[in-house]
Design a protein around this ligand. Structure first.
Ligand code: NAD
Length: 303
């Protein structure tokens, strides 16, 4: 049966949600909404669907909804979609506040709705390939640096960029966080623009996560140190390298997984969870764990 999916917010990222849903088998892009009606019209014309400036119109016409508006609006829109009985995909971070995220989880549980959150690095082929090589990591270093583009500045960098690596690292370590320390600063936006966090886990693993929107170059890198190997992942090229002690010194293997668009993999998975009524790889609960950690980092930076 055809699944009708609507996209709310078709700015930088939402246009790609619209493009991907429009191209998926057995999915109809039921409509797009944006407060900028000219932008909604442009995207609707490109992908052949109806356009609205009021997102309620899209909710009415859809079985499932993708919310790609600024983070500050996620809670209000997702709440209304769940109340209307829709399955919901929300871009990361799930919400700005923990009480808002928890309310969405309860509503989805009570209404038996799918609630998936857009931590798309979980679908990065490099991460998927590396996951099979990683065993009991001892020290992980993640770097996510971007030139200043002015996007995502409605929230701190912790909620905008760092949350991706917090989600990946906690997913790899699978142990409770026992302590966090952080340094960071508000430089250009009045919000935290650059941050480094040191996280210690109950099983002894430690992680250093760096995020900045004040970098000359774009860097997206993860390095995992474990007993017998050092594994590096470049999120951008999707290439994985495993370094280990060989007969003639340090040797390395290069793993180049088939290049795939992580967003397409993620949205296909959402459609499959909606159809199969199965739990998404990143449910509201996982997304809220990552939110909780970045909000703890923000609290440390207020002191
Ligand atoms: P953007 O500003 O480019 O686009 C947001 C769009 O939403 C704009 O077109 C705006 O007019 C529209 N909008 C604002 N309020 C609205 C409302 N109430 N109803 C309908 N439309 C509304 O922002 P973006 O960079 O596309 O980011 C959007 C969301 O996606 C954010 O939550 C961000 O964190 C997330 N994001 C995720 C990733 C990722 O890697 N998963 C990457 C970029 C952005």
């Amino acid at each position: 049966m055809l699944l009708r999916v609507g996209v709310i917010g078709v700015g930088y990222l939402g246009q790609h949600h619209a493009r991907i849903f429009a191209g998926l088998d057995d999915v109809e892009l039921a409509g797009v909404a944006d407060v900028n009606k000219a932008r909604a019209d442009e995207i609707a014309a490109a992908y052949g669907c109806a356009s609205f400036d009021d997102w309620n119109e899209v909710v009415e016409r859809s079985d499932a909804v993708s919310i790609v508006t600024p983070t500050t609006t996620h809670h209000e829109i997702a709440r209304a979609c769940l109340l209307a009985g829709r399955d919901v995909f929300i871009e990361k971070p799930i919400t700005e506040r923990l009480d808002e995220a928890r309310e969405l989880i309860s509503m989805a549980d009570a209404g038996n709705r799918i609630l998936q959150v857009g931590h798309l690095e979980r679908y990065n082929p490099g991460i998927v390939a590396a996951a099979g090589l990683i065993q009991k990591p001892r020290f992980i270093e993640a770097e996510r640096l971007s030139p200043f583009l002015g996007r995502g500045t409605d929230v701190d960098i912790t909620l905008d960029l760092m949350i991706h690596d917090v989600d990946i690292v906690t997913g790899l370590v699978q142990s409770p966080v026992i302590s966090i320390s952080a340094v960071g600063d508000r430089v250009l936006t009045g919000k935290i623009d650059a941050v480094k966090a040191w996280i210690e886990f109950d099983n002894g693993c430690k992680a250093l996560i760096t995020a900045s929107r004040l970098s000359a170059e774009k860097v997206r890198r993860l390095r995992i140190h474990q007993e017998d190997a050092f594994i590096s992942v470049d999120y951008q090229t999707q290439e994985v390298r495993k370094y280990y002690k060989g007969d003639a010194g340090i040797a390395f293997d290069v793993i180049s997984p088939e290049n795939r668009e992580p967003l397409r993999e993620e949205l296909k998975d959402f459609v499959s969870c909606v159809r199969g009524r199965s739990c998404p790889r990143v449910s509201g609960r996982e997304a809220t764990q990552a939110l909780e950690i970045v909000l703890r980092i923000n609290d440390l930076l207020k002191q």
